[in-house]
Ligand binder design. Sequence first.
Ligand SMILES: [Zn+2]
Length: 199
Amino acid sequence: MNKHAGAVSELVDQLGRLPGVGRKSAERLAFHLLRVPEAEALALADAIRKVRKDVQYCSICFNLCESSRCAICSDDSRDATRLCVVEQPRDLMSLEQSQAFKGVYHVLLGRIAPLDGIGPDQLTIDSLIDRVRTGNFVEVIMATNPTVEGDGTSLYISNLLSEFPVQITRLARGITAGSVLEYANREMIADALTGRQKF
Ligand SMILES: [Zn+2]
């Protein structure tokens, strides 16, 4: 039973749904928000409202952006013959920070995870296949995370792409199996990109 009343209880419940936030942390955050100046607390609410209202997925690569096409897809200086496939926008950000890749991206918005009920249809795989079919790509780099599910997703996609005349590669395993791109440092990611190997 929730021991807090009404509005506080509601806030604790909402905060407690965030990933990595347990009951105790949710309570701590809720009381912090009650203690700080009202404007500061409301700025958080506004930031959440704004991000949900203004941020959308790029119509080409499914990166996050505030218009229909992201900055990378709009940039003519990028190498439009190399396509890097990642699970999430945050993985794209990690790869961009390494500055080792000048091509374009495709964000899957997840990975195939049968145990969580996530199948290929819930990802952006159809759009990816369309892009490869109609684009001029010479290489597709599978940069899903080196986890069982990430590897399975890459394998599934590489099978679908095998009918097209593109080279399919994947990141070198400089990134320890099980670790995720999000937490890898720039040098590790750059090494993984430079040393990429045939799928
Ligand atoms: Zn884009």
